[in-house]
Design a protein around this ligand. Structure first.
Ligand SMILES: [Zn+2]
Length: 459
């Protein structure tokens, strides 16, 4: 009897262990099944390490990457489009870490828990992006022989239309990239998302905003510029001899002497607070892709370094998408609509899969400050930039020419937006060592915006 009882107990124990094991397995399968199937050794979804499931389309449902009849991963027919979309779509080898082929491999495969790997017998899902192929190809052509980034988005809807990064390469004709080859410096990185650069004078927008809200009478003050000025016994050089300038002209002429003084009036703590509040020192999530955070170091009050930090030099760093996002907030009366890249994901039968996050919106500055900044950025354009770039309806912008070291050409920046409900676009352009902000990046931005209007990207 005793023997039978102990055997029954042992059998019960065994059954319990099996049940627990099965339970844990099912829970883990439900939770991690898509992760397990997305390993490149899974021959249902990968061929020689290349994902051969899933389609990626642009905002016009134009296919920008798919799997052909022979089961090969293919990209756009046009070389400029392949290059312009490289950092968004990714490459076959998976070197572009932030590419959709990498980050959305599970969704592209279309794995589901109920059907298991049987669900991988189809062509996979379609990831519908917000980018415009024609605009991306055009932006790439504008910047191609230089290193930099062009980011454009609709500040009312949050749709990202263009996120071009150079240098890159043609994914259909991949070069051999050796370590230290300058031509391909950072070629696998999307500079729009994963880099932060010295901002130079585009940072004066933040300093101006902080002054509007914290320095009494700032709009009636005047500043003196003799081509240079002294702060804490050291010389701050300016790009010109501006004489006596008011607050608006200080920004329009980008007078370093005026902003050296304004930075001292604002103070390091307040400047740091505004850089943070405006999202320049933090990372953002763009459809699950994390952007590089910028930085702002508080220099001692009264120091030359504090003046330089308010001018956009010193230790300041800004990410292009964060700069574009801030432009969108100013354009929208202080409310930022978060940019996003993935519009929706559908099965091969056209049915939507799980909902994708589209960012949402939040207020980052008061309407009064946003409207004042909008006036100032519009004045920059009408009183100064339009003589170089020609008349562009609704253009509000700030150029930046950021010093990056002795003997090196400065980084060229141009950020802004179109103040027009029919064409609500915000943008950021940077060309590394590109020289003057206005002439190099301003020209690229003006051309890209004209192209966006022409190709129906405004709605
Ligand atoms: Zn000046």
């Amino acid at each position: 009897m005793r023997k039978t009882a102990s055997r029954a107990l042992a059998a019960l124990f065994l059954v319990a262990v099996i049940c627990i094991g099965l339970f844990v397995y099912i829970i883990r399968l439900a939770r991690d099944g898509d992760e397990w199937t997305s390993f490149p050794v899974n021959s249902h979804a990968y061929r020689s390490g290349v994902l051969v499931k899933g389609t990626i389309t642009d905002r016009n449902e134009e296919i920008i990457s798919a799997v052909d009849e022979d089961g090969q991963r293919v990209f756009s027919d046009s070389e400029s489009a392949r290059r312009g979309l490289l950092h968004i779509v990714g490459d076959r080898e998976g070197n572009i870490g932030t590419g959709i082929l990498n980050l959305y491999s599970k969704q592209l495969m279309g794995y589901d828990f109920i059907n298991g790997t049987y669900s991988l017998r189809g062509n996979g899902n379609t990831v519908h992006l917000t980018v415009d192929t024609e605009l991306s190809a055009y932006a790439y052509e504008q910047i191609k022989y230089r290193k930099g980034a062009v980011a454009v988005y609709n500040y009312k809807t949050g749709e990202l239309l263009c996120l071009v990064s150079t240098p890159g390469f043609d994914p259909d004709n991949v070069p051999v990239i050796e370590d230290g080859d300058e031509r391909y410096d950072g070629a696998y990185m999307n500079r729009c998302l994963s880099s932060a650069f010295t901002p130079g004078s585009i940072f004066k927008i933040v300093t101006a905003a902080a002054a509007i809200e914290t320095v009494d009478g700032i709009e009636n003050m005047t500043f003196e510029c003799d081509g240079s000025c002294e702060i804490d016994g050291e010389t701050i050089t300016c790009s010109g001899y501006h004489g006596t300038v008011g607050f608006y002209d200080a920004l329009a002429q980008s007078c370093n002497c005026a902003f050296a003084e304004i930075s001292q009036l604002v103070g390091a703590n307040t400047l740091a607070k505004y850089a943070e509040k405006y999202g320049l020192t933090e990372s953002h999530s763009i459809s699950g892709i994390t952007t590089a955070a910028g930085s702002f170091t508080k220099a001692p009050d009264g120091s030359t370094d504090l003046s330089w930090s308010g001018i956009g030099q010193y230790d300041d760093l800004v990410n292009p998408v964060a700069a574009m996002r801030l432009m969108g907030a100013i354009a929208s009366g202080g409310i930022v609509r978060e940019p996003y890249l993935v519009d929706r994901i559908t099965t091969s039968g056209g049915l939507p899969t799980a909902l994708v996050g589209k960012g949402g919106s939040s207020r980052i500055m008061t309407k009064e400050t946003a409207d004042k900044l909008k006036d100032m950025l519009s004045y920059n354009y009408t009183s100064n930039y339009c003589y170089t770039l020609g008349y562009i309806d609704g253009m509000c912008a700030k150029s930046g020419t950021a010093e990056v070291g002795e003997g090196e050409e400065p980084h060229s920046w141009y950020v802004g937006f179109i103040d027009d409900p029919e064409c609500p676009l915000a943008f950021a352009v940077i060309v590394e060592n590109g020289g003057w902000g206005l002439t190099t990046s301003g020209t690229i931005a003006a051309n890209v915006i004209a192209k966006a209007r022409e190709s129906g990207c405004c709605s």
